[in-house]
Design a protein around this ligand. Structure first.
Ligand code: KIV
Length: 276
């Protein structure tokens, strides 16, 4: 099987087939997600909260993102890998936006990038697309704007903001983006955006009518101890299982039952005798 491309994602929308996406930040998890046949892997700037322990995503750097993207790419064969542009890596100038987007492709090995923001960010997306780098936009609740938005809240609930989101999705489509993440928008608004644009909508907290879904992998596997948003379904609850295994390891090492003979290596008797 060859890698999924942006053409596959566009085609799936046309055929009314759902696209799947999960985040990953390291080689091992990416390999499992890839083997499960998930279409796209987002190396999200959520790495800042999930893996690096920051309170939000704002401190994440381009170097952090490129480092994690390269590890994810090494773990995958089939999934389309999307690198998430961190805060301030595409805000200052179009040149800087293109240069940073290019790092995901040249150094990280990703096939596409994602950037957050509404109409104010479309020109930057266009510059990146003009440099032949596929772009996934991200509108609605954009966590990098947490200070401006005044918290992590549902977006597009009144007429003006709902219209702004529809306009932003249409503008990204016109600019040539291949998909748009809709985060924390009302279900029926997400449906309207999905029906009124040709761009694939990937929902997170946006209901079932989007063209695809994305979740943070640590949240859906029950491996993250921080705040879990309402829209997350835990498809597994691994945290207690992991903790149980860690406690069993501690106990067995302390009481001397691990390692057992089967975990060790032999040495010839005559060699051993000559050591004493
Ligand atoms: O960084 C991330 O994980 C994201 C998803 C929540 C879409 O942007």
């Amino acid at each position: 099987m060859s890698r999924i491309t942006i053409a596959t994602i566009k085609e799936k929308k046309l055929k009314n087939e759902k696209s799947t996406m999960l985040t990953s930040y390291d080689y091992s998890m990416a390999a499992m997600v890839d083997e499960a046949g998930i279409d796209m892997i987002l190396v999200g700037d959520s790495v800042g909260m999930v893996q690096l322990g920051y309170e939000n995503t704002l401190a994440v750097t381009m170097d952090d993102m490129v480092h994690h993207t390269a590890a994810v790419v090494r773990g995958t064969k089939n999934a389309l890998v999307v690198g998430d542009m961190p805060f301030l890596s595409y805000h200052i100038s179009r040149e800087e936006a293109v240069r940073n987007a290019g790092r995901f492709i040249k150094e990280g090995g990703a096939q596409a990038i994602k950037l957050e923001g509404g109409l104010e960010r479309v020109d930057f997306a266009k510059a990146i697309i003009d440099a032949q780098i596929p772009v996934m936009a991200h509108i609605g609740l954009t966590p990098q704007s947490v200070n401006q938005l005044g918290g992590f809240k549902v977006q597009g609930k009144d007429l003006d903001t709902a219209k702004d989101l529809i306009a932003a999705a249409q503008a990204y489509e016109k600019a040539g983006a291949f998909a748009v993440v809709l985060e924390c928008v009302p279900t029926m608004l997400a449906k309207k955006i999905t029906e009124s644009t040709g761009i694939a909508t990937i929902g997170i907290g946006a209901g079932p009518y989007c063209d695809g879904q994305v979740l943070v992998v640590n949240d859906m596997l029950g491996m993250f101890k921080g705040h879990i948003p309402k829209f997350v379904k835990k498809f597994a609850n691994l945290e207690p299982l992991i903790k149980e295994a860690l406690l069993a390891y501690k106990q067995e090492v302390e009481e001397g039952t691990f390692p057992g003979e089967e975990h060790g290596f032999t040495i010839k008797e005559d060699v051993l005798e000559r050591l004493y």
